[in-house]
Ligand binder design. Structure first.
Ligand code: MV4
Length: 494
């Protein structure tokens, strides 16, 4: 493999190209008209514009991307995450064009993309699942039958859904038929497939996922877990590895189940098995993500492995470069997604320009970003502009390091999640490891983030008063109350 085309943009395109370059492989960027000036375009050895800004006219044009790959004599395509990464038809088309798809086969993507066939496959390997059905519900009578066994509340989920899409909570028997009808019609219009299934509702679960890798020779490994419970509207904001709640025994059991799911679909490449974990540490298979994920970096930090390197190696037919026994967890990593979203306003996406942009540096800090100072964030794509990862020997030290890095991060021009991240990792439930997917809903209030501003305003007022009293030789004012919060503004005075 001598040349890889990266069918993606932003930080993940750069991330993939960096490893390719280390491996002596040339890189090709494809970009939309909005991304011409982006770092990933300049980093690549070659770059081709594939269309206007909207994804549907650029990054989602599989045939056009394959055409570019063939024209520039690339051997392989890496899809990154999002866009075409979990598109079975694209995986197949890349292969049919005589290129290597750096990811799983269309067969694996299809089997795991349908949540019902995924559950059926996992069931054969005795992977624990939430009580409910693993075949489509056809009529209300069948739904009532299942509900007798699961009880209420229950969830109706679309087979073609996933990641929180196409789920309905049913609280009582009386709502069941109406909700089933609506779930099916919604699934049909959203996914073109009206198949739905039922699961008992697990209240306040933790979301823990297992990273896996497989090669073409039937070798599989798990690279331990990521704790991904700190999320909002199914968008993760903070991820860490390892989880502070798992025991070695449960970790091993979950890892072995994850490998079983890989075997069940003949998986190749990097993948993630999602589990729900309840408060008694029972775990249940939810679904499999058949791509490299945003949060793969925390796994890289604690295992010392380069997941993109392994993806490339297995795609070109090599065996995994290590076995399960070679793997151990070393240290602790926490990732904050730096997004152009306003935590003071329901995490609404914001747009703007990176007027000031200086990412933090120093020991144990990794920043995977896709923009440079002066660039505007296009409205067409994901609001995530960077990932800030702190790595240290212990969880406590990783939290301290993440806070230090957030303090150093100079980012101006739009609302972002940096201050939220600092609040979150210092919040008592987070520090104690006592949190689940309801953390933000239960513990976060926007007021918690405006304290720094309030302290700054108070200092500014006192200083103005000081200048005024000096200038006018008036009687000095005494500050009322005390300044307890540390302000960045005050730090800069020393
Ligand atoms: C559930 C659940 C409770 N019980 N299934 C949401 C995303 C999709 N992957 C599955 N999801 C859930 N499935 C049962 N039977 C709760 C969720 C859920 C959730 C899961 C993971 C991370 C965040 C979540 C937020 C709300 C609901």
């Amino acid at each position: 493999m001598q040349k890889i085309l990266v069918a993606n943009r932003g930080e993940i395109a750069l991330r993939v190209m960096r490893t390719a370059r280390e491996m002596g492989i040339e890189t090709v960027a494809v970009f939309s008209e909005a991304d011409r000036e982006m770092p990933f375009v300049r980093y690549a050895d070659e770059a081709y514009c594939i269309g206007p800004a909207p994804s549907a006219q650029s990054y989602l044009l599989g045939d056009k991307i394959i055409e570019v790959a063939l024209a520039c004599a690339a051997d392989a395509i890496h899809p990154g995450y999002g866009f075409l990464s979990e598109n079975a038809a694209f995986s197949q088309a890349v292969t049919d064009a005589g290129l290597t798809f750096i990811g799983p086969s269309a067969y694996s993507i299809n089997m795991m993309g349908d949540k019902i066939s995924a559950k059926q496959a996992a069931k054969k390997f005795d992977v624990p699942m939430v009580p409910g059905t693993d075949s489509p519900i056809h009529d209300p009578a069948e739904a009532h039958q299942i509900a007798l066994a699961t009880g209420f509340p229950l969830l109706i989920k679309a087979a073609a859904g996933g990641g929180g899409k196409g789920m309905r909570l049913v609280n009582t028997e009386a709502e069941l038929e109406e909700q089933l009808r609506m779930a099916k019609s919604e699934a049909l219009s959203a996914f073109g497939n009206d198949a739905v299934f039922i699961e008992k509702f697990v209240g306040s679960p933790k979301h823990i996922e297992i990273q896996v890798l497989g090669d073409k020779h039937g070798n599989y490994v798990y690279l331990f877990e990521r704790e991904c419970s700190i999320q909002r509207r199914h968008q993760k904001l903070i991820e860490e590895a390892p989880s502070s709640c798992l025991t070695p025994d449960i970790r091993k059991a979950m890892g072995e189940c994850a490998v079983a799911v890989c075997r069940a679909c003949n998986y190749e490449g990097a993948g993630t098995i999602e589990f729900l974990v309840d408060h008694d540490l029972n775990f249940y298979f939810l679904e499999m993500n058949t791509r490299l994920q945003v949060e793969h970096c925390v796994t890289e930090m604690i295992t010392g492995k380069d997941l993109v390197r392994e993806q490339i190696n297995v795609a070109r037919g090599e065996r995994l470069s290590f076995s399960q026994e070679d793997l151990e967890i070393r240290g602790h990593a926490i990732e904050l997604r730096v997004c152009a979203e306003d935590p003071l306003n329901n995490f609404m996406p914001d747009t703007g320009t990176l007027q000031v942009y200086q990412p933090p540096k120093g020991p144990g800090v990794r920043v995977d970003d896709g923009y440079e100072e002066g660039q505007a964030i296009p409205i067409f794509y994901d609001p995530m502009i960077a990932k800030l990862i702190a790595y240290a020997e212990t969880r406590e030290a990783a939290i301290e390091r993440l806070c230090r890095a957030i303090d150093e991060y100079k980012l101006e021009g739009f609302a972002n999640t940096l201050a939220f991240g600092k609040w979150a990792v210092q919040a008592e439930p987070f520090r104690k490891g006592q949190f689940d997917t309801r953390f933000i809903e239960l513990h976060y209030k926007p007021e918690y983030l405006v304290q720094d501003d309030a302290a700054t305003a108070k200092i500014a007022a006192l200083l103005a008063a000081e200048v005024w009293t000096t200038d006018t030789k008036a009687e000095p004012l005494k500050p009322s109350g005390t300044l307890t919060t540390r302000s960045r503004w005050r730090q800069r005075q020393h």
